[in-house]
Design a protein around this ligand. Sequence first.
Ligand code: HEC
Length: 122
Amino acid sequence: MQNFRLATIIVLLLSTLVFLGLVDHSAAQNKRKKDSPKSKISTLFNDKCAKCHGTDGRGQTVEGVTAGAPDFTNSEFQDKADDRQLGVVIENGRSQMPAFRDELTKDQIKTLITYIRGFKSK
Ligand code: HEC
């Protein structure tokens, strides 16, 4: 009888552990989803750039309009500027566009350029 109770307790404990493991696992999966490279880049853009460029890249925020931010969805803009030039402006700034040389790594700037290219309207 004593053994049976002990066995029940052990089974209960084990299933609790398995259950907690599952919960933990799905929490870890959610976290991974949130930290996926793509959402990280949009977070970076939204944190540092959207104030002027807008989360939609159109530059229609109060700061963006005042400063004269370009419309990233405009294909004329996209076709005119090459990646190297965009990188130079992000690094060094130009007129009202601040320099991000000290804030961003080269890799971050590169991925931001890819992200900006994604605004181009089809
Ligand atoms: C304070 C407002 C402001 C912020 C913040 C800002 N920008 Fe700009 N950005 C501008 C303005 C204004 C221009 C237009 C500059 C000009 O007239 O030469 C511009 C231009 C650009 C261009 C176009 C360069 C070209 O060749 O025409 C790129 C690319 C760009 N910004 C990327 C970014 C990225 C990436 C960030 C965030 C890391 C950012 N900007 C943050 C205001 C801003």
